[in-house]
Design a protein around this ligand. Structure first.
Ligand code: NAI
Ligand code: CS2
Length: 489
C-alpha cells in the first residue's frame, strides 16, 4: 500500500486559537480541520497554542522537539490510508504537575496567551471530568478539591474552568473583548455546560465578573465525531513500516464530523469549506451521536470487557454483540430522538456498525469503559428515563447498567483484574466493600447514586428489577446467559 501523503503548510506564527487538552482527539480532529483550512485558503493566521493541564508533559515537550509537526494516519480500512502532516500547532504548553510534584510550569504563558487580544477562540477537549460538573445535574462541584483550590487561589488556576475564569477576568480588566469558548467534548449541551461551570466558578470570585461572562461570552455547542483510539506500540510500528517515525503521531478512522453552533462574535476560520456543518441548533445531532454511537460504545465496552474481549473490532464481529448493539440503537436509542426531517436513523445505526468494524483500529474497550460515571447519564440514562416515563422498557440499557456495576469490581468474569479508571472509583470501591456479598444491596446502592442515575429512573421499579435480574444472571451464567435472557425480553 502506498499511502497518499499530504505535507503541512508552514504558518505565520500567529496564534488565534488556544486549545485546552492536547490529547489524541484534538490532534486528529480540530487540528486536521484547521490544517485543511490552511491548505485550501492560504490563511495561515489561525495558529494554535495547545496546552495540557494534566497529563502529559511528554507530549508537550515532544511536539516542541519535533518543531510542532506531527502525522495523522486516517484509515478507511487496512488498504486505504491518508497520511497527513499537521503544522497548525505553533506552541505547546504544560500547566499540570510535573514529575517533581510542581504545578503550573507554563501557567503564566498560557494565561497571557488566553488574555491576548489575538486569541479569539478557546477550544477544549479535557474529557467530561475536566469540567468538574455533577454529571446528572450539570452543576459545578464546588467541593471538589481541584475546584476548591481554584476558588482559594483564583490567580493560579489548575482546572479548565479556573483558567477560563482567570483569563476572562484579565480581559475584562483590560477592556479586551472576550474570546469564544468552544467545547469539543462528548457532553450534552457542551457549550451550555461549559458556561455553567465557568459562570458558577466566577460567582465565587466576583458576581459582576460572573454576570459579564454569562451575558457577553459566547459558548457555542458542538457535536464532534471521529474515532481516535489511544496509540498502541503496534500503531507506531505500523507507521514506522511506512517510513513515519513520529512519537506524536495519531491513528484514526477516515470518517470525521463536526457540527457547530454558529456563534463566534470574534470571528472564526471559514470551517464550512472543510465540511464543518455550521448550524443554528446542534442539540438533535449531539443527542443522536451521544445516544447511538457513544451509547453503543459503552454497551460494548462493559459487556465486552467483562467477557475478556479487547477491542471494538473484536466485539462488533461477534454476531450476538453486533445484534445487541443494533437492537439497542434501533429500539431504545432512536425512538428517544427528535430529528429534523430526512435523517435516516436506521442508516445511521448501520453506518456506525460499519465504522466499529474498521479493521485498522485497535480501539480498546477499556479506554471506552473509563469514566463511566461521567458518560452514562447522557449516553443511556436520560433517554431511558424518558422511555420509563412513557411506560416503555429498556432492557438493553438495563443489561448495560448491570454490566457497568459488575465492571466496577475491577475483575472480569474470567477472573482477570484491571484498574477502574473513574473519578468516582473510590466510592465504587467502598460500595463493593460494603455490599460485596449481597448482590441485591449492591445494585440498589449503585442505582441510588443520584449524581449518576436520575432519581426518576431509580424509582422506576420495572427498570430497577431488570437491572437486578441481569446482574444476577451475569454473575451466575456469564455474558451468554445474560444475552439469552435479553433475547427473551
Ligand atoms: P486523551 O487521553 O488522548 O487526552 C485527554 C486530554 O484530556 C489530555 O489532554 C488530558 O490532559 C486532558 N484531561 C484529562 N482529564 C483532565 C482534567 N481533569 N482537567 C483537564 N484536562 C484533563 O483523550 P482524547 O482521545 O484526546 O479524548 C479527549 C476527549 O475528547 C474525550 O473525553 C471526548 O470528550 C472527546 N472526544 C474524543 C474522541 C476520540 O475518539 N478519542 C472522539 C470525540 C470526542
Ligand atoms: C468513546 C468516544 O471513549 C469513548 O467513550 O465512546 O471517545 C468515541 O470514540 C468518540 O466519541 C467518537 O467520535
Amino acid at each position: 500500500m502506498t499511502p497518499q501523503h499530504i505535507e503541512a503548510k508552514p504558518g505565520s506564527g500567529r496564534i488565534g486559537i488556544v486549545h485546552l487538552g492536547l490529547g489524541a482527539f484534538h490532534r486528529a480532529h480540530q487540528a486536521v480541520y484547521l490544517e485543511r483550512y490552511r491548505q485550501r485558503s492560504g490563511d495561515v493566521d489561525w495558529g494554535v497554542c495547545s496546552a495540557n493541564l494534566r497529563s502529559s508533559i511528554g507530549l508537550v515537550d515532544g511536539l516542541a522537539a519535533a518543531g510542532y509537526r506531527y502525522h495523522v494516519a486516517e484509515y478507511a480500512d487496512s488498504q486505504h490510508l491518508a497520511l497527513r502532516e499537521i503544522g497548525v500547532i505553533e506552541e505547546a504548553l504544560f500547566t499540570g504537575r510535573d514529575s517533581a510534584g510542581n504545578w503550573g510550569r507554563d501557567r503564566e504563558a498560557l494565561l497571557a496567551r488566553m488574555a491576548s487580544a489575538d486569541t479569539r477562540i478557546v477550544t477544549l477537549t479535557v474529557t467530561e471530568k475536566g469540567y468538574f460538573l455533577n454529571p446528572a445535574s450539570g452543576d459545578l462541584k464546588s467541593d471538589d478539591p481541584m475546584i476548591a483550590g481554584d476558588i482559594a487561589s483564583p490567580r493560579q488556576p489548575r482546572t479548565a474552568p479556573g483558567l477560563l475564569v482567570e483569563a476572562l477576568a484579565r480581559r475584562h480588566e483590560a477592556s479586551i473583548a472576550p474570546f469564544t469558548v468552544l467545547s469539543c467534548d462528548n457532553m450534552p449541551d457542551n457549550g451550555k455546560r461549559t458556561r455553567q461551570a465557568v459562570v458558577q466558578l466566577a460567582e465565587h470570585r466576583d458576581p459582576a465578573l460572573a454576570r459579564w461572562i454569562a451575558n457577553d461570552v459566547a459558548f457555542p455547542c458542538s457535536m464532534v465525531d471521529r474515532i481516535v483510539p489511544a496509540m498502541t506500540d503496534a500503531d507506531f510500528e505500523r507507521l514506522a513500516a511506512l517510513g513515519v517515525n513520529d512519537a506524536n503521531a495519531v491513528v484514526c478512522e477516515a470518517f470525521s464530523q463536526w457540527v457547530v453552533e454558529d456563534c463566534f462574535p470574534m470571528g472564526r476560520p471559514s470551517w464550512e469549506a472543510e465540511g464543518v456543518e455550521m448550524v443554528a441548533d446542534v442539540a438533535p445531532f449531539e443527542t443522536m451521536k451521544l445516544r447511538m454511537l457513544n451509547g453503543s460504545h459503552s454497551l460494548l465496552a462493559y459487556l465486552g470487557a467483562l467477557a475478556g474481549i479487547e477491542t471494538v473490532f473484536d466485539g462488533v464481529n461477534q454476531p450476538d454483540l453486533r445484534a445487541l448493539l443494533r437492537r439497542y440503537m434501533l429500539e431504545e436509542a432512536a425512538p428517544t430522538l427528535d430529528m429534523p426531517d430526512g435523517v435516516d436513523l436506521t442508516g445511521y445505526a448501520d453506518s456506525l456498525l460499519e465504522r466499529f468494524g474498521n479493521d485498522s483500529l485497535r480501539h480498546r474497550l477499556q479506554q471506552i469503559a473509563m469514566d463511566g460515571s461521567q458518560k452514562l447519564p447522557q449516553r443511556w440514562l436520560t433517554g431511558t428515563l424518558a422511555r420509563a416515563n412513557a411506560g416503555q422498557a429498556s432492557p438493553c440499557v438495563a443489561l448495560g447498567m448491570a454490566a457497568w456495576i459488575r465492571y466496577t469490581v475491577g475483575e472480569d468474569l474470567l477472573g482477570s483484574g484491571y484498574a477502574v479508571d473513574d473519578p468516582m472509583a473510590k466510592r465504587f470501591a467502598e460500595l463493593h466493600c460494603k455490599h460485596g456479598l449481597d448482590a441485591a444491596a449492591l445494585v440498589t446502592a449503585f442505582l441510588a447514586m443520584d449524581d449518576i442515575v436520575p432519581s426518576g429512573l431509580a424509582a422506576d421499579s420495572a427498570f430497577t428489577k431488570a437491572v437486578h435480574t441481569f446482574y444476577q444472571t451475569l454473575i451466575q451464567d456469564g455474558l451468554a446467559g445474560a444475552l439469552a435472557v435479553l433475547e427473551r425480553s
